[in-house]
Ligand binder design. Structure first.
Ligand code: SF4
Length: 418
């Protein structure tokens, strides 16, 4: 099922877009950060828009928020307007065409923010948003509302208020640094936050959500990894979306993080024309495993303003996972989830239970073959036997077999490891 392999490096793009860059500059994350492409004219010079799209975008340019590191830009094929890396990084006129569709805060996070910058929705974990700055401003970003008005890292007082809330909330055992990208913070600030959190006995793990390994892997320096490694257990969640992002530079960055004892998971976003096929997702997930990175989530693209053109049907995600399951290792298969407004993540899976009573299940395997499976009886029956799936309300149960849709709605049919 695999097609052509991922590119071996960003070298060809580098020589055509940035021929004057020395090796020293190219490998220096500060040079990469300073030289991010941040305006429409430079973008148009390097990756030409059509004349009409350029003119339309020029009219809207004052509201454009762009930032593309030279490294990430070098992965784009300038002759292909449908390039999957381009779609994630380069503003399109379609962001404005469908501007009225969608909402600013699709996850309803602002309503779950007891302290500015800290989202506390699930019982035992919280999001820690220390900055709104990112190495690149992804066109599909769920938190566009955070960065569209400019780059504003939190000040010391704001960070202390967030840490203090966690200190006063003993149920929080897992703190997730999330986008804006926490690795955009100056290292002393990052170290300060991690040190203060580590002083709180109920904080068991810290997760770092970052796109640096994907869009600017040069940022993963020994110094940075040394700081993260002081505060274990730390987990890293990164965000590769397409196999063209799996370069030697990205692999080296992930290896460096892994060698410090920090497991790396990947969270992809499903996007039209980027990764909306089983073949692309297979290449991506198998390539991630080769780099030591575990595919964790595949997110349905959130209904954010400006990203409607990138959204697919939910059924596309269900179908992709179904086409992967069984055809490759379960390690390579992310959980497909829809993030609801105010309700958190909901895993959506195909149904493999065709029929079920308490004693027997009829299961469908990855090839569509049907198998009966005997369900062991509980050691002590506390209640009389009854079918697991109940008939629909208002209908006689006599002689009625549970319908597939009813089985789908039982919790057991949707069990997930989230
Ligand atoms: S790196 Fe993350 S937070 Fe930043 S723009 Fe991209 S998706 Fe949004």
């Amino acid at each position: 099922m695999l097609d052509s392999p991922a590119p071996s490096s960003s070298l060809s793009g580098r020589s055509s877009y940035f021929p004057e860059a020395t090796d020293e500059q190219w490998n220096d994350w500060r040079w990469q950060y300073r030289n991010r492409v941040k305006d429409l004219e430079t973008l148009h010079r390097l990756l030409p828009y059509s004349k009409s799209e350029y003119q339309q975008l020029k009219l809207l340019a004052p509201s454009l928020h762009v930032g593309i590191p030279p490294y990430y830009l070098s992965l784009i094929d300038p002759s292909d307007p449908e390039d999957p890396v381009r779609k994630q990084a380069v503003p399109s006129i379609l962001e404005y065409t469908y501007r009225s569709v969608g909402i600013d805060d699709p996850l309803g996070e602002d309503a779950d923010m007891p302290v500015e910058g800290l989202v506390h929705r699930y019982p035992d974990r919280c999001l820690f948003i220390a900055t709104n700055m990112c190495p690149m401003y992804c066109r599909h970003c769920t938190r566009r509302r955070e960065w569209e008005d400019g780059e504003l890292p939190k000040n010391r007082q704001q960070l202390d208020a967030m840490i203090d809330y966690i200190r006063r909330s003993p149920q929080i055992r897992d703190v997730i640094f999330s986008g804006g990208d926490p690795l955009s913070l100056p290292l002393p600030v990052l170290d300060y936050c991690l040190t203060e959190l580590r002083k709180i006995s109920h904080v068991e793990i810290i997760r770092i959500g970052t796109r640096f390994p994907v869009v600017l892997p040069q940022r993963i320096t020994d110094e940075l990894v040394g700081i993260l490694g002081k505060h274990l257990p730390v987990w890293m969640n990164t965000h590769f979306n397409h196999p063209n992002e799996l370069t030697p530079e990205a692999a080296a960055a992930c290896r460096k993080v892994l060698s410090a004892g920090i497991p790396v998971n990947n969270q992809s976003v499903l996007m039209r024309g980027v990764n909306d096929s089983a073949q692309t997702m297979l290449r991506l997930c198998q390539g991630l495993l080769k780099m030591g990175v575990r595919p964790y989530y595949l997110f349905q693209c959130d209904p954010i303003h400006g990203a409607e053109h990138l959204r697919t049907s939910v059924w596309t995600g269900v179908e992709i996972i179904e086409k992967m399951r069984g055809w490759t290792s379960g390690l390579a298969i992310p959980t497909f989830v829809v993030d609801t407004e105010g309700g958190g993540k909901v895993p959506i899976t195909s149904n493999y239970i065709m029929y079920a009573t308490e004693d027997t299940l009829v299961l469908r395997n990855y090839e569509g073959k049907i198998f009966p499976y005997r369900n062991p009886a509980p050691a002590v029956r506390s209640k009389p036997r009854r079918p697991v799936a109940q008939p629909a309300q208002g209908r006689s149960s006599r002689g009625t077999r549970p319908h597939l849709a009813q089985i789908r709605s039982t919790p057991d049919a949707n069990r997930s490891d989230v």
